[in-house]
Design a protein. Structure first.
Length: 458
């Protein structure tokens, strides 16, 4: 079979999958055991034809695929993929560019530079901040906090890249009680440890309390790195960034903002006010695979102090010739060396949507979240546990046990998928609307499935 025929078959299978993704049950049909059996065949001695292998791959995978690319997947914070981004991603694989260094792909470098410039403008970040394209917000948080580590220790005369953390001057780390788990992962990877952080309490919506941050900062004896967030993973709430920035900078600290999905609120005139003060931070982390709806994996980091960013990440080796003509090598700004050219799909998404399309995408998801809340709140016994300011809705069904059982039944039902969480010590259903395809009918169908599961129990 020719390369063209093989790739056409793959394209046909992908197109079929996407054409039916709305009709598929959202859950995977295959059990873990069935999936292990489907893939766990012996490694054959002499290989098989690619055509046969492609067929086998599709057949093995299908029962274990989750329709998270479809319009009724509301678990975690998971975006789908707009068709143009799938197309751009296919080309990215075919082109197989190493986006790590300029000389290996001037096209990938230029696409990333252009997309980063649009995003810096769209998010309202200060002109001149540096950027990096990473796998997701966890690595974006890691990269930003590595830059912070460089700067905060550098200000005390310590070169952390040369000398490491053993024997380094002290640094204080401040997070909120609602900081995302990936902040802790980043702190762990950076050698800060997670039990010595200062945790600032959050308010009823999950926003860091600025007054209590001020108290914490006053009690510190070393320079601090403070981690705030734009978009609480449960409630969607935003930390009061303007107040937080003023406090952090009064104490000469570094303010990092985790804006995995919340940063995208800045693209919408109706929601931009939530991000007030965001431009005052020192570093920002976000995802493209969530709200921009590009395929996995895709995240971005931005840093105000470009020297600290580069110093914490730069690769130095004799055979790696630095880019000239003012071009930059992407591997000097991210943890990875060789890397997928993620900029193409982001470039394609943003060109396709334009400013108004980006605003509409954000606003549509938020209005669907409000519709969820409005319809569910009408049912006696169902309560909405958060102010629905963005795309996140938290739902309670009386007791913890009933809430957990409703979630389990809805998940098994396959109409939609959503997960659970603990909110103020009580079980809650978490609904996140992040997919470009979701329609009001999808919300209505999903609400009907949720209400039915609840009524079956009561
Ligand atoms: C999703 C999320 C992250 C982690 O992002 P990944 O893309 O999974 O690496 C970090 N912070 C917040 C608030 C998130 O919602």
């Amino acid at each position: 079979m020719s390369t063209a025929d093989l790739l056409s078959r793959a394209a046909t299978a992908a197109i079929d999958f996407l054409a039916n993704v709305e009709q598929r049950p959202v859950i995977a049909r295959g059990t873990a055991e069935e999936m292990r059996a489907a893939f766990g065949v012996p490694l054959n001695a002499n290989g098989r034809g690619p055509e046969e292998v492609l067929r086998a791959l599709i057949d093995a995978a299908d029962p274990g695929l989750v329709a998270s690319a479809g319009p009724r997947y509301f678990g975690f914070v998971i975006g789908g993929s707009m068709p143009v981004t799938v197309a751009a991603d296919w080309l990215t694989s075919a082109w197989d560019q190493n986006a790590g260094l300029f000389v290996a792909s001037p096209a990938a470098a230029a696409a990333e530079d252009a997309a980063a410039a649009w995003l810096i403008d769209l998010f309202g970040l200060p002109a001149g901040v540096s950027s990096g394209f990473v796998t997701g917000c966890q690595m974006a948080n890691f990269t930003a906090l590595a830059a912070a580590r460089h700067a905060v220790l550098g200000a005390q005369g310590w070169d952390v890249e040369q000398h490491g953390l053993i024997g380094a001057p002290p640094v204080e780390i401040v997070v909120s009680a609602e900081s995302h788990v990936t902040i802790y992962a980043a702190l762990r990877l950076l050698g800060f440890g997670i039990s010595r952080v200062h945790v600032v309490p959050a308010d009823d919506q999950g926003r860091m309390r600025a007054d209590l941050l001020a108290d914490t900062m006053r009690g510190l004896s070393a320079p601090a790195i403070v981690c705030a967030q734009a978009g609480n993973v449960n409630s969607g709430a935003f930390d009061p960034l303007e107040d937080i920035a003023a406090i952090v900078h009064e104490h000469h600290g570094w303010l990092h903002v985790d804006g995995a999905f919340g940063l995208w609120a800045a693209a919408s005139p109706a929601h931009r006010a939530l991000t007030r003060g965001i431009e005052l931070a020192d570093s920002w982390a976000t995802d493209a695979h969530k709200w921009l709806n590009v395929p996995y994996d895709s995240g971005l980091v931005f840093v105000r102090d470009t020297n600290a960013h580069r110093a914490s990440m730069a690769l130095i080796a004799s055979y790696l010739v630095a880019a000239d003509n003012g071009q930059r090598d992407a591997f000097d700004w991210v943890p990875e060396s060789s890397r997928r050219a993620r900029g193409f799909a982001i470039w394609a998404a943003m060109q396709t949507l334009g400013r108004s399309g980006l605003a509409a995408l954000v606003e549509r998801c938020c209005s669907h979240a409000r519709l969820f809340a409005e319809l569910l709140r009408r049912e006696p016994g169902i309560t909405i546990a958060n102010d629905v300011v963005l795309n996140q809705v938290l739902v309670r069904f009386g007791s913890d046990d009933v809430t957990r059982e409703v979630i389990a039944r809805v998940q098994r039902g396959g109409v939609c998928w959503l997960g659970g969480t603990t909110w103020h010590g009580a079980a809650a259903m978490r609904i996140s609307v992040s997919n470009w395809m979701t329609s009001a009918e999808d919300v209505e169908r999903s609400v009907a499935a949720i209400v039915e599961a609840f009524h079956d129990l009561s």
